[in-house]
Design a protein around this ligand. Structure first.
Ligand SMILES: [Zn+2]
Length: 293
């Protein structure tokens, strides 16, 4: 067998192997089936994510900002969604990553290399990229995973950054990872100005006993850290709760209402507090689960 043929066979075997891993199969194959036609949420905020991982586009008047980087392996869809929304991907000046996991950094390296987009990530996750890249979970996506990367700006707790016409206040809300960010900013549409709120990582996958044992957090401190983070931003005033994953704010249900003519489908003064409270309740339940202690 020729070397070329051998390489080809090896590659096919690798692909089969990855396709057999349930997690890889569920989250990283057939991503095209998750394409969502982009839509405007309110003012200068657009939805350009898929049906699982949210990405928001803010037209700052001085360049575009992407809030999060999309799933790994889904960058072509992200680029298409930006075009379909009526924008040029080359105008994306900044990408603010919610946290350092593989389903939120998909477009980061491509945008940086192709368009010179500046990458922003919470300081603790940027540090983990240097010291503990295995915590990024990039290994879970098989051949889709590229290496972790250096960012252009490491976000610190309480930092306020101006991007064109939009000033964003950031707080670190560790728990799901060490460097999850939350973001708060005003959005104006005609006469109305609303406060948008974003919480960059809610999943309990990294709070499971098996995971915490694996990374050496034997006292399960990360769960307490998570509860403190919820408390820290719980009483922020938020009219417009932006999801990190669609399940957080029923992105797709609200999108349907929006398309049916309900312009206020995403405006909801209670959604933020109610969702954070529901996560607190669920985490306390997990912490008292005999299989988790
Ligand atoms: Zn994550």
């Amino acid at each position: 067998m020729s070397e070329l043929r051998k390489n080809y066979e090896h590659f096919q075997e690798e692909k089969k192997r990855w396709a057999q891993i349930p997690l890889t199969r569920k989250y990283f194959l057939d991503q095209e089936s998750r394409y969502v036609h982009p839509f405007r949420i309110f003012g200068n905020v657009w939805y350009v994510g898929d049906s699982w991982v949210c990405v928001h586009l803010i037209d700052t008047g001085d360049g575009l900002l992407l809030l999060d980087g999309g799933n790994i392996g889904a960058t072509a869809m992200l680029v298409n969604a930006i075009w379909e929304a009526g924008f040029n991907p080359a105008d994306v000046r900044w990408m603010v990553l919610s946290h350092g996991h593989l389903d939120h950094i998909g477009g980061a390296v491509f945008f940086r290399k192709m368009f010179g987009t500046k990458l922003y990530l919470g300081e603790p996750d940027a540090r983990n990229y240097r010291e503990h890249p295995e915590l990024s979970l990039v290994q879970d996506s098989g051949s889709l995973g590229h290496d972790v990367f250096e960012v252009d700006h490491e976000i610190t707790d309480g930092e306020t950054i101006r991007f064109g016409n939009t000033e964003i206040q950031f707080f670190l809300v560790p728990g799901h990872t060490d460097g999850v960010i939350s973001a708060f900013f005003d959005v104006t549409d005609g006469e109305r100005t609303l406060r948008a709120g974003y919480y960059g990582g809610f999943g309990f996958n990294t709070l499971q006993k098996s995971y915490l044992d694996e990374i050496g957090d034997t006292e399960y401190e990360m769960r307490k850290t998570y509860l403190k983070s919820l408390e820290k931003v719980r009483n922020q005033h938020v009219d417009l709760f932006l999801g990190n994953h669609c399940v957080n704010n029923d992105t797709l249900g609200r999108a349907q209402r929006l398309r049916a003519g309900d312009n206020d489908a995403f405006i909801d003064g209670k959604a933020w507090g109610e969702y954070l409270d529901s996560k607190k309740k669920a985490l306390l339940e997990l912490m008292s689960d005999p299989n988790q202690v």
